[in-house]
Every structure is written in C-alpha cells, then in structure tokens.
Design a protein around this ligand. Sequence first.
Ligand SMILES: [Zn+2]
Length: 417
Amino acid sequence: MLLKTILNKIEKFSSFVYTKDEMKGKGTNREIIVTIEARKNSKGRCSVCKKKRPTYDTGRYPRLYSYVPLWGIEVYFSYKLRRVCCKQHGVITEYVPWARGKERYTMTYKIFLASWAKRLSWQETARVFGTSWDTVFNCIKWVVDYGLETRVLKGIATIGIDEIQVFKGHKYLTMVYQLDAGIKRLLWCGKDRTENTLRTFFTYLGERGSSEIKYICTDMWKPYMQVIRERAPQALNVLDRFHIMKKFNEAIDEIRRGESNESKEQKKKLTHSRWVLLKNEENLTEHQVEKLNELLKSKLQSIKAYLLRNDFQKFWGYILRSSAEKFLKSWCKRTRRTRIEPMKKVGKMLEKNKELILNWFTIEPRLSSGAVEAMNNKAKLTMRKAYGFRTEKHLKYALYHTMGDLPWPKTTHRFNC
Ligand SMILES: [Zn+2]
C-alpha cells in the first residue's frame, strides 16, 4: 500500500491532493517527503477570512511541514504555497488546512507531540522524537489554548480552592478545582494567594458562573474566605477534611518534637516515630507497626495526641450533621480536660470554625474525603515530572495540560498516544 493511499484515508484535505511520496537520504538521515499539490483549477483561501480567492502567484520552492514519524523516519509534507488576491486583505499567503500560519509543524504532529508530553516529561518527549523542548512546549501551548477557549464552564456546582507552593521560596499558585461528581478538573490557576488572586478567578468565571456555585471547599485562609463571601455569597463555604487533619498532624509533630527534647530516654523512644504517628495505620510498614505497638505501651503525650486524632477520624464517617455535631462537642470537651496544649489548640480551632466544618455534611452528593488532596498530589507530580519549567507561564500550561481535562483540537485520525 502506498503512503499516499494511507494518508488519503486518514488525512484527506479537500482541494488538495497527495501527488508523490518518496524516501530521501541514507541510513539514519532518511526522510520521507510527501508532496501535496492544489487541485487543478482550485482557488486558494485567504489566510485571514478563509474565503476562496484568485491566485496571485505560487512559491518557487516548496515549504516542508513535519508530520508524524513513520518507523522512526521523519516525515514531511512538501507544498508550494500560493499567494491569493483578497478583496479585503490584499495579496496574502493562502490558508492550508494542515498547518497554521508560518509554522513548520502539521497540526496532527503537534497533537501527537502534546499527547506524548502527557505521559513523558517534556524533555523526554523532545528527545524521543528528535525535537526541542521549546517545540514540545509550543505544541502544548497550542492544544491548551484551544482547550481553554472551547471548554464549557457551565453548571459548576462544587469547587475546591487551595494554594500550592511553587519553585523555591515562598511563591504560591492558587488552584481552583471543579469537584463535581463525574468531573474533577483544574479550572484555573493564578499567581499568589491574595484576595486579588481569587477575585481574578471569579471575574474570569463571570457573574453567572459564580452564581451557580453551591459549595466551595477551602482551607482556613482568610483572604479566600473573604472573597468567597463577596463574589459567591450563595455558596456554602466548607472547610475540607484534608486541611483540618493537617492541623492535627502539625500538633502531633509539635508534641513529639517537644517530648523528644525533654530527656534522652524519651528521645530514644521517639526516634523514627515521626511517620509512624503521622501516617494512617493501614499505610504503615511492618517495621512501623512494631514501633507503633511499642509506643502505644508508653505514657507519652505524643501517643495520647495520636489516639485523640485517630478518634476524631470517626467524625467524617457520620451521615447526619446533628450526630457529627454532637461528636465534635464531646471530642472537644475530652480534649479540653487533657494537658496537651497543642491538641487543645486544635480543639479551639474546631470550635471556632464549627459551622464551616459541619457544612461538610450538607454537601450533596457527598464529596470524597480526599478530593482536594488528590488534585494537589496530581499537581505536585506534574511539577516534579517536568523539572525543565523555567517560568510560571510554562508551569501553568503544564498544569492545564495534565489536569484541565480540556477538549482537544479535532483531527480526522487519532494516533494511539
Ligand atoms: Zn481575506
């Protein structure tokens, strides 16, 4: 089967024909050139208005466009561009359906590279397909821009807002996720974690979109809570489980550090105990389980705090808000009676934010407990995988690319990648 025949099946352009396919070069320098010609007597389209216009002239030399490689051999489309005479736009280069503007890459190849860049790091993608990091980025930028322009932002009922630390030092991106059943995606990300950052998001979503939001999960970051009241007053603000349990862990860590500094004996008992106390029991290694059993026999405050935290996990299992509230009250009362200051502080925090925490039991349908956390982990993984990010702009594109669940430009053939 000729290459032309395959291309006619998977990538047919009306008004253009594949006239020749040939292999040039030797050894590792081989390349396949597929010549395209305009159909006889066909008119070219103006690259601005896309209207058919009479030909002004035809380029003397063909332009080459990279296509998806075949058996490791580079493939190019070769075409002599025409210029057309447009009433509105003057003498202008014609529009071709396989590429945009002056680009040397076919759209199919751009989509192909962008798909691979979801699986591999950008660097690896560039290496495997013999191209540059910048080219890979440009392909991603193109599919992401297309996706952001064409995606639908209607009927978003549940969102989660969180900040992630980026690059080195105290730099943050505010992340806004959609957390509805069936669709979890990154909606928006913006620099810093100020009131203005979040205002920019609500402006982007528009008044109508903002008014459709029913639930917003956040941590206890005041600037966010302020803007939510201002821009989406109808939405129920929920403090999410992940951030609350984080406060427990911070308290346990503080107690453990304090105790291990008190005496040599306690220090010995508490060595290698950090993760034993912070991890969920089902995630402990065999060795850590042994350590835990040993610690449980002690009368350390760290262990008391650990048990208090484990007990609090029950809270999330309640179905009824009223039962959860009752439990919360009794837990706080018990904790007040202990002498473990950091835990008492957690109790105070819970009481102070009681309403926002109990809103968790009002969300319909119920959120999975780790919804925000899971999205954050995905974001961190994306950042780790792509260590080549030089700027915030690149990072944002990477995040939208992997987490945005964006619509892709349409193609007649989908390569398996
Ligand atoms: Zn025109």
